[in-house]
Design a protein around this ligand. Structure first.
Ligand SMILES: Nc1ncnc2c1ncn2[C@@H]1O[C@H](COP(=O)(O)OP(=O)(O)OP(=O)(O)O)[C@@H](O)[C@H]1O
Ligand SMILES: [Mg+2]
Length: 281
């Protein structure tokens, strides 16, 4: 697709399973023939059962696993398979387990400053501090966060810090792998509002979740995966209203909040374009 930000073309990923002696005993095809395109400012939701390949897709895009064949293009060009290439091309990943990605021995100010110093080397220290404050504000946290350590925040707040750190690199595409699954339901809703606000600002999102309702809230398009393949894709509301593939039907039927499709579609229509920031998580 010519004007796509991200273009994935017939991507295959095969894992080699080794025994204790390091010999390859088995190969597991985790992704088979995945093609999708994501435009600037667009959000695609990826759903599917456990083991269907969602995280593998995310890891392949950011270069943490190597494809066995196919292409991952950004702005129409193959993404180099070098470490850090995805980040240099404006792709950042946000993980479910944010606690393990934040250094517990650094204050939030230091965590953000390290990234800013790397990504915006021309900025002076004061300027970087202002940028850090701007990032914290964007994710709904105040200036007092700068002097505190990650453990002094709640799970929802730590996810906000992880998002601020990802934004410090001025990405265009955020790959979110179950970014709210570790949070309780009310906090999830606030973090989802934050993602919706980021999308409204122009960030593109590839949003992985096993929860259809979550994807429905964030993404205008949905991809349904099963066994490493895309079994259905389309506009989220249309797909939920009239699923074609039996697995999608099963997924919808098994999601309690989705069993009333009418209520679900109304809730999507009622979503604000620019949700308010809430810093209370
Ligand atoms: N590093 C690895 N080595 C070997 N096999 C792997 C590796 N990572 C994942 N797999 C296998 O690849 C398949 C896809 O896994 P993946 O983690 O992408 O699924 P997922 O859709 O993200 O699942 P979940 O919803 O549980 O997070 C699974 O069968 C998994 O066991
Ligand atoms: Mg996963």
């Amino acid at each position: 697709m010519a004007d796509a930000l991200l273009d994935i073309d017939r991507l295959d990923v095969t894992y080699q399973i080794h025994d204790a002696a390091g010999r390859t005993v088995r190969r597991l095809k985790a992704l088979a023939n995945i093609s999708l395109a994501l435009s600037r400012g667009e959000a695609i939701g990826v759903v599917g059962e456990s083991g269907s390949g969602k995280s593998t897709l995310a890891r392949a895009i950011v270069g943490l696993v190597s494809p066995s064949s196919g292409h991952i293009r950004i702005d129409g060009r193959d993404l180099p398979r070098r470490r850090g290439a995805a980040a240099r091309h404006g792709i950042q990943m946000i993980f479910q387990d944010h606690t393990s990605t934040l250094n517990p021995f650094q204050t939030v100010g230091r965590i953000l400053d390290e990234v800013l110093a790397l990504w915006r080397p021309q900025a002076e220290r004061d300027e970087r501090r202002a940028q850090a404050l701007g990032l914290l504000d964007k994710v709904g946290l105040g200036a007092d966060a700068l002097e505190r350590y990650p453990h002094a925040f709640s799970g929802g707040q730590r996810q906000r810090i992880s998002i601020a750190r990802a934004l410090a690199t001025t990405p265009r595409l955020l790959i979110c792998d179950e970014p709210t699954s570790a949070l309780d339901v009310s906090i999830q809703a606030q973090i989802l509002d934050l993602f919706a606000a980021l999308k409204a600002e122009g960030y593109a999102l590839l949003f992985i979740s096993h929860n259809l309702a979550v994807v429905n809230r964030i993404a205008e398009r949905i991809i349904v995966m099963q066994g490493g393949r895309i079994v259905e894709q389309g506009a989220t509301s249309a797909t939920i209203a009239a699923p074609v593939h039996p697995y999608t039907r099963q997924l919808i039927a098994s999601a309690p909040r989705l069993s009333d499709r009418g209520a679900l579609l109304r809730s999507v229509a009622a979503l604000p374009d620019h949700p308010k920031k809430t810093g209370a998580t």
